[in-house]
Each structure stands twice: as C-alpha cells, then as structure tokens.
Design a protein. Structure first.
Length: 407
C-alpha cells in the first residue's frame, strides 16, 4: 500500500448546510494537513439541488441572474438562474430549489399538498424572455408535490376542473383536475430545448411514487399521502391525454424521472422537456467543461461526500455515481458524510470502498450544521491519518517479510 499522490475530490453539497464548493475546499484543507505535497484536483459536483446554478456559473465564467418569483407557499422570494459562460453561453441552468425548495417552506407550513412550483415556471419564463433557448433544470431538494402543475401555470397553461375553472396551487387540488389547456403556453417553449436533470429512480405514481416516498419527508400526514397519490394518478391521465406528447410514447405514471421534484418531471415532460439522468445533463453534456472520467483515470484516490449516506445513496446519489465511475477506472473511493444511516453498508456494492462520518461525538443537528465546515476538515484529517497508518503498516509488513526471506 502506498500513499496517494494524486487525489480527486468530487463531492456534493450538504443539504441546508454546505454548498459543494465549500465541501470541496474543506476536504482539500483536511488532506493538506496530512499530505501537504499531494496533488489535489477539486471538482464540486452539481447534483441538481441547492447550489447547482452557482456551481455551474462559477465553473463556466457565467453569471447568476436575479429574479423575484412566487415561492412554494405563495409568497414572493428572491431567486435566480445561471446564464452560463464560455462555450455554453447560449444556455441557462435553473435549480428548482431556488424557487420551490424545501428550505423555502417554513416548518409550520410544510404541506406538500399545498405548495407550488409556480416560481420554477417563472424562472423558465424569465430565461425565455432573455432570449435563452437551451435550458437545463436541476431537480432536487424540492418542497413541492404538485406534479409540475404550478410551473405549467406560470408558463401560460391552464389547469382546469370539470366546470372549466382554474385550479388553485398545490398537488391536492389535482384531485379535481379534468383537463390541461396549453393554448396560452409561452411561445418560446416551441423553440426551446428544456432538459430536466433528474434522478431516474423517481417516478410519479405507484408504491414508489412521489406521494408515498417523499410526501412524508415534506410534511404530509398519512391521509395527505393518500390524497396526493390519488391526485397524481388523475394528473398522469390528463397529461397523457392533453400534453404535447400525447402519442402514447411517454409513460407519465412510472417513466424514469417523472417523479423528480414532486412530479415536476412529469409536468414539464408534457410540454416536451427531456427527462435526463442528472450526471448526463450536468456533467457529461459538457456544460461545465469537465471530463470527469479522464480526471478519475489520473487519480490515485477519489474522495466524495454528501450530507447523508444511507439506503438511498445507491439510488442515483452523487457518492454512488462517482464511485461507479471510479470503479471503472480502477480507483478506490472514500465517501464522507454528515450522517450515516440505515442501509449505509449497501454502498460498498456501489463501489464505495470506505465511508466515514464527520461527526466525532454526539451532537444536535443545529450544532452539526453550524460547525459543518470545521467538522469536515477535521474528519478528512483523521481519515487521511488512518490512510497513512495503513500505508505504514503495509510497509512494515513488507520489510519484515523481506528480512525473513534473507535470514
């Protein structure tokens, strides 16, 4: 075992705590405390959630464009989208979390049956009005489950009941949906390419649909979960019949990515948006000018990170995707996490060789969040010292074997 000389740091952000850039810097600082001369390449990974627009704007020399939009509970919020630079200057990146994220929903108002993606549609409209015709929407960290109905309404669509009345915001209202009228849709939609960067494991309906899997996480009671599940089934039928892709080629119920961001995937797919695996849309597309696989082939060790490592990690989360690619390159992977939860050992099957929590002693969530950056630096240092110990033990064993052979 030898000490790594080239380390690739490719983390996600820690939700509601640290963005991906801060995580990458903290890990690099921890590595340098132990291996000051090592070559470090830090690539913060935009996963579609909070910080995605800023990460890609910084990576391409682009800018964040401020936009005031309708937040998830109907109040105005200050939001933004990224107008990219460099070779991607004709593109915009929107993170839906900047307009409808869970952090924008006060805890006392966390009812996914009432929250809306209207602000996401307003961001798309702003980008279209700015002349942009290549739009990538990052799906993640959402506080909504309205099937994308709000976003469609902001773009000029009408979501109607049997009496032809416009439905109010929220997924529960879709229990009364009868039809979707796209006649007033923003004209720029017809000229635009819209790609949703989403987790392909997320589907709209069924046992693994957004209502049952994510509803409780967003504050839904068991009764509300069932109401939402019923509403999503009805909404899927309307999208299949009235959407722009009404030729039977799109499965709005269980198609990959239809459940992204509380069903935003299904709603925007109805106006022609492409539901694409988030790494393919955000990294492999060349938007950020990064050849991640080439960087991995040159590395001796890959360090990735995310706020939590648990049973959901192998289902398209950043550490698992990074590990799968590193495994193809034959490079070992260490994953750091704010917390290690149920099912975490399963990540070893996804290619993660070792996991470590940044929490050294029991502490409450507020303290962990407040001190997240320092905890991450210190955890990285501890882990690197363990790696050095392993290298020293390996060298010692090899030396003793050599002595034995010559004695």
């Amino acid at each position: 075992m030898t000490v790594p000389q080239r380390i690739l740091i490719a983390p996600s952000g820690f939700k509601e705590s640290l963005d991906a850039e801060t995580v990458a810097r903290a890990i690099a600082a921890g590595v340098r405390r132990v291996l000051p001369g090592v070559q470090i390449t830090a690539i913060p990974i935009a996963d579609g959630g909070e910080g995605t627009a800023a990460t890609l704007a910084a990576a391409t020399g682009g800018v964040l464009v401020p936009v005031n939009v309708t937040g998830p509970v109907g109040d105005p919020v200050e939001s933004h989208y990224a107008r990219l630079g460099g070779t991607s200057s004709d593109s915009a990146v929107i993170e839906m979390a900047a307009a409808a994220g869970l952090r924008l929903v006060p805890r006392a108002l966390r009812d996914p049956g009432a929250t809306t993606t209207y602000g996401v549609g307003e961001l798309v409209r702003a980008a279209l009005d700015d002349g942009i015709r290549n739009i990538v929407i990052g799906c993640g960290d959402s506080g909504t489950s309205d099937g994308g109905a709000g976003a469609l309404q902001a773009l000029g669509a009408r979501v109607l009941d049997k009496k032809g009345r416009d439905l109010p915001f929220g997924g529960t209202a879709l229990t009364d949906v009868d039809r979707l009228d796209l006649s007033g849709l923003h004209p720029g939609i017809a000229e635009a390419t819209i790609v949703l960067a989403c987790n392909q494991h997320n589907v709209l309906c069924g046992k693994k649909g957004v209502a049952r899997v994510f509803g409780p996480q967003k504050g839904a009671s068991p009764k509300q979960v069932e109401q939402l599940a019923k509403a999503m089934r009805k909404w899927a039928k309307v999208l299949e019949r009235d959407g722009m892709v009404a030729d039977g080629t799109m499965d709005f119920r269980t198609g990959p990515g239809t459940g992204a961001s509380g069903g935003l995937g299904a709603g925007l797919a109805a106006i022609g948006a492409k539901l694409t695996p988030r790494f393919e849309a955000l990294i492999d597309s060349g938007l950020a000018g990064i050849d991640l696989d080439a960087l991995m082939r040159r590395a001796d060790l890959v360090i990735t990170a995310e706020g939590a490592i648990d049973f959901q990690t192998p289902k398209g989360k950043v550490p698992a995707v990074i590990a799968q690619r590193a495994q193809l390159a034959g490079v070992p992977v260490l994953a750091l996490a704010g917390s290690i939860g149920k099912g975490a050992p399963d990540v070893h099957d996804a290619g993660i060789d070792a996991i470590a929590s940044i929490i050294p002693i029991p502490m409450n969530l507020e303290d962990a969040v407040a001190n997240g950056e320092q905890l991450l630096i210190e955890a990285t240092e501890r882990t690197m010292r363990l790696l050095l110990l392993g290298a020293a033990v390996s060298t010692s064993v090899d030396n003793r074997r050599a002595e034995h052979r010559t004695s």
